[in-house]
Design a protein. Structure first.
Lengths: 162, 454
């Protein structure tokens, strides 16, 4: 089994005050874009689970169910550091007991981060809207990871694999 | 109801970064934040192309993309389904985006990294409201009221100087814009000269800048509004003009550099809007502020409309000045009243090389306005005349006025304002349409310095 694409410090960074974007594409080549509400990284660093609201991400969930590829980008707005993970497929799973607290923690940390950059206190919570709808878990095992910070080095593969 | 692109323009300001999802030919998705999403028109946006990255590769293979935008105050999220059409590497859209990108880059300390390679134009095929309160329709009332009030004043202005004053005063009164200036085109010389300003320690009337320099020069050269929400050094005038002059000694010789341009040293927001009439550039109206994000799309809309009214008025009034020609002969025969006795003599020195005029050793003006002043004082001294007409100036080929669109009236306004500011004992006084009087308060001594032999 190959080693995980991310190390422990990168895993911690993914679970910090970063914004999460999710993308898929349907069979006709139409991309879909969604906002992630939080992330869980498995203890062995191989499995990444992102959370999203079902009602506003129907195409993403359809694409995942159809066995299509997925991309998830994590961006820290202060430093503009970004990491993108890609997997050829993902599965939709139920939330685990600790996940609701994880969602709250993500919203709170992003709110603090953005407030520090001059946003109003409620902005991050308004952005990470969780209702109406149900939050679902999208689980992927990344097969590619890229450094995506703006500049010529954007797109450099992490974990020694392209 | 599907939102229109116009209704969500504020989401494109870049306060909250927008994101784009694309898909490679093999179906692998990609998602990235964007530096810039530019509103082009009701059906098109342009995205900045800075690097040949995955997004770029993908859209060349598969033109379909989805752009996510967020409203800066409500956090409302919209998705734009877009289709890539083409990439502009020059022209108004490119220049507008380049100016904005440079300002973003300077703000984020990434000037070296952020260079615009192209403006990728996309057609917006669908807009989806994702979450958050729907952006309320723009409140048009206050903007329209302000627009109308300024427009009323412009319509009432019967001469060119009054048009410029009505605009500058109206911007301050109706829109709270405290720092503003108007610059008119000198087409043959490729420069813009300042004819009015508000909110600066010194008015800068008579100062010049080359086409292409700074936000004003770029707006003029490409005839597109340049709106910067956090100003960069690249669009600061001192540097932009120095760079231009360093590479063009001929321009350096011609350009007015004695009079400093009006401008804030710590501007954070700037908006330069071309003044056009009958499909031609007339000048630029420029506003700025020490506050970031000061000027919105709505401000740009208002200024674009006002600039067009100003353009039409300037063109009309410039020519209307000739209407009083029938009475020109009467004016020609009138003689000047002598200055009061005992007043100190003023030495007016004219340098033929660039038509610069100095009074008592103090620089006053150069170029066409300088040539006009020299003609007036010469006629005054030699023929005892003080009454003049626009028409005779227009017919005088020695003044260097262009054959068409000579902006004579504008140059007289410039000269008049400069004379008033310097208070050298010379003034122009309008005596009727297309006629004016040179008021000489001191005895004059004229010194003409011919072009030196080389």
């Amino acid at each position: 089994m190959p080693s995980p694409l991310i190390d422990a410090s990168q895993a911690a960074w993914l679970q910090g005050p970063v914004s999460i974007l999710i993308a898929t594409a349907d069979a006709g080549g139409l991309p879909a874009l969604g906002v992630g509400l939080g992330v869980r990284v498995s203890a062995d660093l191989r499995r990444i689970t992102v959370f999203a609201l079902d009602t506003v991400n129907r195409q993403i969930l359809d694409d995942v169910r159809a066995g299509r590829g997925i991309a998830v980008a994590f961006t820290h707005s202060g430093s503009t550091r970004a990491i993108q993970l890609k997997a050829p497929r993902a599965v939709i799973a139920a939330l685990e007991p600790g996940d609701p607290a994880r969602l709250d923690a993500h919203a709170a940390s992003l709110a603090r981060e953005w407030e520090g950059q001059g946003q109003t206190p409620g902005f991050a919570h308004a952005y990470l809207v969780r209702a109406p709808g149900t939050v679902v878990a999208i689980e992927l095992v990344p097969e590619a990871a890229f450094e995506q910070s703006p500049g010529p080095s954007a797109g450099i593969a992490l974990g020694g694999r392209p | 109801m599907t939102p229109t692109l116009d209704a969500i323009r504020d989401c494109l300001e870049g306060v909250v970064p927008s994101a784009v999802a694309t898909s490679a030919a093999d179906g692998t998705p990609n998602v990235a934040y964007l530096s810039q999403v530019e509103y082009v028109d009701r059906e098109h946006v342009a995205l900045s192309y800075q690097f040949f990255n995955k997004t770029r590769r993908n859209i060349l293979d598969n033109p379909r993309a989805v752009v996510g935008v967020v409203h800066p105050s409500t956090a409302t999220v919209y998705r734009l389904q877009v289709r890539y059409l083409r990439t502009d590497t020059e022209g108004p859209l490119f220049e507008r985006m380049r100016a904005k990108l440079a300002s973003i880059a300077s703000y984020t300390g990434m000037s070296e990294v952020f260079r615009l390679r192209g403006a990728d134009l996309y057609r917006v095929e669908a807009i989806e409201h994702v979450s958050g309160p729907r952006t309320p329709p723009t409140t048009r009332g206050p903007w329209l009221g302000a627009l109308r009030a300024i427009s009323d004043d412009l319509a009432a202005a019967a001469e060119l100087g009054a048009v410029i004053d009505a605009l500058l005063d109206g911007l301050g009164r109706e829109l709270g814009i405290a720092h503003a200036s108007v610059h008119l085109l000198d087409a043959p010389r490729g420069t813009l000269y300042t004819v009015g300003s508000r909110g600066y320690g010194s008015s800068g009337i008579g100062s010049e800048l080359p086409l292409g320099a700074g936000a004003i020069g770029v707006a003029a050269a490409h005839r597109t509004p340049i709106r910067l929400t956090h100003v960069t050094a690249e669009y600061a005038y001192g540097r932009a003009i120095r760079d231009r002059l360093a590479g063009d000694p001929e321009l350096a010789r011609r350009l007015e550099t004695e009079i400093p341009l009006p401008g804030l040293t710590a501007a954070r927001s700037q908006l330069a809007v071309p003044i056009e009439a009958a499909g031609e550039l007339v000048g630029v109206v420029f506003v700025e502020s020490e506050q970031e994000w000061r000027f919105s799309y709505a401000d740009e809309d208002v200024l674009v409309v006002l600039a067009r009214q100003v353009g039409s008025a300037l063109r009309t009034l410039d020519r209307a000045g000739d209407a009083g020609d029938e009475r020109a002969q009467v004016a020609r025969t009138a003689t000047a009243a002598p200055p009061a006795p005992g007043v100190r003599r003023a030495t007016v020195r004219h340098y033929a090389e660039d038509d610069s005029v100095f009074v008592d050793g103090e620089y006053l003006i150069k170029g066409v306005a300088g040539a006009i002043l020299w003609k007036l004082v010469r006629e005054h001294e030699q023929a005892g005349r003080d009454q003049f007409t626009n028409r005779e100036l227009r017919l005088d080929r020695t003044l260097g006025l262009p054959e068409i669109a000579d902006n004579l009236e504008a140059r007289l306004v410039l000269l008049d304002r400069r004379l008033r500011e310097r208070d050298v004992g010379l003034q122009l006084e309008k005596t009727g349409r297309g006629r004016f009087r040179l008021v000489v308060a001191r005895p004059l001594e004229l010194v003409d310095v011919p072009v030196p032999e080389r």
